[in-house]
Write a new protein. Sequence first.
Length: 280
Amino acid sequence: MTTPLLASVQDRPPAVSVRYDDTLYSVPLNRTVHLDIIVPADYETSNAIYPVLYLNDGQDLARLRMTDVLDSLYQKKAIQPFVLVAIHAGDRIQEYGTAAQADYMHRGSKAALYTDFVLKELLPFVKNHYRVSTDPAKSVFAGFSLGGLSAFDLVFHHPDRFSRAGVFSGSFWWRSKSTEAGYRDETDRIMHDLVRKGVYSPTLKFWFETGTNDEASDRNNNGVIDSIDDTLDLISELVKKGYQRERDIRYVEIIGGEHNQKTWSKIMPDFLTWAFPFNG
């Protein structure tokens, strides 16, 4: 016999619904880009224009348990309603990266094309087919690992389109030289150099996560894994650029956290409540 409490939970209507969209063909990427669109429960019954989260590696929504995470947060009224646009990856080793340049192994060679796709095709497509805001203050981009590097690059260089970046275990080791070719942390990490050369934008805010078990590599043998070192060093570059730690940057370091969807799913509520806080 089902208890009344369990019955009420089981009978509760879902707080989100998922749509699968295969109608976007990208000219620069030369492929159909599959999108999973998660909309809040009131999407069909309202005329609201919603804030929007664009998410790299959208093919991983199931492993991230995203619908369960969102359902829980909506039921708790911990976040405001928003539309999630999950972008399935194609050739992620080449499409994700920094648009300005590929790394020393020529990975990320299509990152500039991916940026063109996002700005010139994806954003107009989503605006034309879904009720989402084009206000940068209500537009967020996030990703994981290489997808996190890509998300940060997009937001940092396009404050006219986005205001917040979410980076889970970001690949900030992305570098212009191999460790065997005279590599130096101070000059050869690509994203760090781009931040140094970039422009401060007062509207931007950044959320970062690393796990102490993201990897085992420790290039400088300081007892701190590269994933953490590279992220903290990037945060330092942002601070030097003018961003304030307390106001503009949130950093979450997970003891025992790993480089996988299980860890990222567990910390996802922290990111979503930061990006889309409930406003009553």
